[in-house]
Design a protein around this ligand. Structure first.
Ligand SMILES: Nc1ncnc2c1ncn2[C@@H]1O[C@H](COP(=O)(O)OP(=O)(O)OP(=O)(O)O)[C@@H](O)[C@H]1O
Ligand SMILES: [Mg+2]
Length: 237
């Protein structure tokens, strides 16, 4: 369902280009939950942002449900992202002036879903992440772990086919981290959503079905045997 083909990415700083990702290729199946592991600066966030369509790679292709998001124009990509992709940030990124329920509903506001359906869906998801009684509070009235649960519920409300999470437990203590990871594992089981979870902790990665590791912008393991060669490419002699 997600296929990354020879992704290379460079950043320009001053007059110099620095290559931070080198021909990364792998594939993830529908419903899989995989960890993206690597030390600080190895390129995890860059790769995640590329896969989520938040920026374009220097080279290579990214297929989500057979659509090449690298080739998509801005408007089409924005629409595709709204419908198919969810994102969970390390720092939750909730809107402080909206209640918990309104934050969870927000992605549906842009899809002209009726207020009563929105509310119903948001409350059901808040129940799933263990916050049935917090719907009318504001984010500032919640703990960090609770705020992250709200952001998980928000990422799920559009029923995306894939959710990208960038160090979702990076700001949390180890007990809360375990709770959040077990919620993600449960949601992966019950909703069959595909999850790509960035972490630099081996213990977190071990709970996922598979781990891809980055080192200095190179994929060092987790190569998937099912990766198809690019259909348009011809073998050069
Ligand atoms: N916007 C940018 N401009 C220039 N260089 C960047 C930019 N973003 C990231 N980099 C560089 O790309 C490399 C990879 O960064 P990235 O944020 O992907 O690492 P990471 O694995 O997510 O690290 P961390 O665990 O600290 O979050 C780093 O060397 C970083 O300095
Ligand atoms: Mg990062």
């Amino acid at each position: 369902m997600l296929r990354v083909e020879k992704i290379t990415h460079s950043f320009k700083t001053g007059n110099e280009w620095t290559k931070v990702l080198h021909e990364i290729s792998f594939a993830v199946k529908q419903g899989e939950m995989v960890a993206l592991l690597g030390s600080s600066g190895s390129g995890k966030s860059t790769l995640l942002n590329l896969m989520a369509g938040l920026m374009k790679p220097t080279d290579g292709h990214i297929f989500i449900a057979d659509h090449d998001i690298v080739l998509m124009g801005e408007n089409k990509l924005a629409e595709f992202r709204r419908k198919n992709i969810g994102f969970i940030f390390q720092a939750y990124e909730l809107i402080t002036s909206l209640t918990v329920r309104e934050n969870v509903e927000l992605p549906l506001v842009f899809q002209s879903v009726s207020p009563s359906i929105r509310k119903q869906k948001a409350l059901a998801l808040l129940e799933q992440v263990g916050l049935p009684d917090k719907a009318d509070l504001f984010p500032s009235q919640l703990s960090g772990g609770q705020q992250q649960r709200v952001s998980i519920a928000r990422s799920l409300i559009t029923e995306p086919s894939v959710i990208f999470a960038d160090e979702p437990t990076g700001n949390l203590d180890s007990k809360t981290e375990e709770e959040i990871i077990s919620i993600l594992l449960k949601l992966n089981q019950t909703m069959k959503t595909t999850f790509i979870v960035v972490t630099h902790e081996q213990e977190v990665a071990e709970q996922m079905q598979r781990t891809f590791s980055l080192r200095d912008g190179y994929l060092i393991n987790g190569q998937h045997t099912d990766v198809q060669p690019a259909p348009t490419e011809e073998e050069s002699p």
